[in-house]
Design a binder for this molecule. Structure first.
Ligand SMILES: [Zn+2]
Length: 52
């Protein structure tokens, strides 16, 4: 089963492991949406995860 988080800009982080999906989307936020990063907690990111 694949877990994924879809960013509002269209970027998709996808991995089988939840912690890696969260790391991936945090890396994306840091590089593409640095202003958003401090406003989003790890729990928020986990709540965005969808199962594919
Ligand atoms: Zn994005």
């Amino acid at each position: 089963m694949t877990k994924l988080i879809r960013c509002e800009c269209g970027f998709i982080a996808r991995d089988e492991r939840e912690d890696r999906v969260v790391e991936m989307i945090r890396g994306h936020l840091a590089s593409d949406h640095p202003a958003l990063l401090p406003t989003i907690s790890r729990d928020d990111l986990v709540s965005w995860i969808k199962i594919e």
